[in-house]
Design a binder for this molecule. Structure first.
Ligand code: PLP
Length: 395
């Protein structure tokens, strides 16, 4: 008889986005004359940069020719894209990587979740709260023991290691989803030193690194001395280049990580060659175009557009005297709403027709907080902030 993985039944149902979507839908149906401004979306809205679309189209067309046709590719990614990613790291962060340390994939979500394959189930997993839910759920599916480390106003939603913290693997996400908070160099150095001293592995999610423009802040954990011995980095073109629907990401597994005299890089290669047949050649040609000077310039313009929205939101909250994190080196703003986060959601929707995301949906420490995103137009963002100002200035 089939035996199911009962760990699935320990997962919390995620009602967050389905509930916010339903509430918005119901409100819109009942109030067709009051359009809702959606500031809750975590998906990009600006179309692909033209050089990227051209490269995708050319590769697609090429597939219908003998010369341009490609069958199975290298599971680790096409060499041209690994080299382009290598050059990107060097130019943007000064980090030198080896080609075989870079694994191209269909996105960071699958890599983050699939990487759990490499570890025994008796590891203790350390996860910040609140955070991107995939870290928690992918480990819960395996029945692993999880220790949460709290984000709060005191630590600026950037939990740090503390004496007595026990764990084998820690997930860090910087810039953070949902809080927009970014670890500085000193804080990451503290994490790296702690990991090295305690035999821990850091799973570093850098999906939003392209939003960091403050040069003093790290965009890659490998900017920190010692990180190549204790950290794996997940990155994505989803937010960097608008690839949420096109799908391409990459994971860096340094050769220097050796656990129990085994190479993690070799294990991940073995895992990928067994369970993954490579990212679409067409998509990899599109991704290559992201890293050309023209493609990169266009992608940076798009990121700058979103960041202007974040700046508008941050200014409004500063003017209103509302405590928040993010909004400067991130597309997310995490504000203290001073009430139950669902109540705040309902208030914004019903009174000013602005939709965001209740913080409690990202973890227990998210209660009392609210996420706004910068993935809208300047016009809508300005209008939403004008409405918020009218509402909250009168409270
Ligand atoms: N990591 C974080 C922190 C995210 O917020 C997201 C998407 O929202 C992802 C990873 C997923 O990235 P991808 O689209 O490459 O799967």
């Amino acid at each position: 008889m089939v035996k199911l993985n009962d760990n699935f039944f320990n997962l919390k149902e995620s009602y967050l986005f389905s509930t916010t979507a339903r509430k918005i839908r119901e409100y819109a149906a009942a109030n067709p004359d009051k359009p809702v401004i959606r500031m809750g979306i975590g998906d990009v809205t600006i179309p692909l940069a033209e050089p990227v679309a051209d490269a995708l189209a050319a590769a697609g067309k090429g597939m219908a020719t003998r010369e341009g046709f490609h069958g199975y590719g290298d599971e680790q990614g096409e060499g041209f894209l690994q080299e382009a990613i290598r050059a990107y790291y060097r130019a943007e962060t000064g980090v030198e990587l080896k080609k075989n340390e870079i694994f191209v994939s269909d996105g960071a979500k699958s890599d983050v979740a699939n990487f759990t394959d490499l570890f025994s189930n008796d590891n203790v997993i350390v996860i910040p709260d609140p955070v991107y839910p995939v870290y928690m759920d992918s480990n819960m599916m395996l029945g692993r023991k999880i220790t949460l480390i709290d984000g709060n106003e005191e630590n600026g939603f950037l939990p740090m290691p503390y004496e007595g913290l026990k764990g084998d693997i820690v997930y860090l996400c910087s810039p953070n989803n949902p809080t927009g908070a970014v670890y500085d160099r000193e804080q990451l150095k503290t994490w790296v030193d702690f990991a090295l001293e305690n035999g821990m592995l850091i799973m570093f999610d850098a999906a939003y690194e392209a939003f960091v423009s403050d040069k003093s802040l790290p965009r890659s954990i490998f900017e920190i001395e010692g990180a190549k011995k204790c950290a794996v980095e997940f990155c994505s073109l989803s937010k960097t280049a608008g690839f949420t629907g096109t799908r391409c990401g990459y994971t860096v597994v340094p050769e220097d990580i050796v656990i129990d005299s085994r190479s993690l890089n070799k294990m991940w290669l073995r895992r990928q060659t067994t369970k993954f047949n490579g990212t679409s050649y067409i998509v990899q040609k599109g991704a290559e175009a992201v890293f050309t000077p023209e493609g990169m310039a266009r992608c940076k313009e798009n990121v700058a557009y979103y960041k202007e929205n974040a700046r508008i939101m941050a200014k409004t909250l500063n003017d209103l005297g509302i405590w928040f994190t993010g909004g400067v080196n991130s597309p997310y703003i995490w504000l203290k709403c001073g009430m139950d986060s669902w109540e705040f959601f309902d208030m914004l929707l019903n009174e000013i027709q602005v939709a965001g995301t209740p913080g409690s949906g990202f973890g227990k420490c998210g209660e009392g907080y609210f996420r706004l995103t910068a993935f809208n137009t300047h016009e809508n963002t300005r209008e939403a902030m004008a409405r918020l100002t009218r509402l909250l200035a009168n409270k």
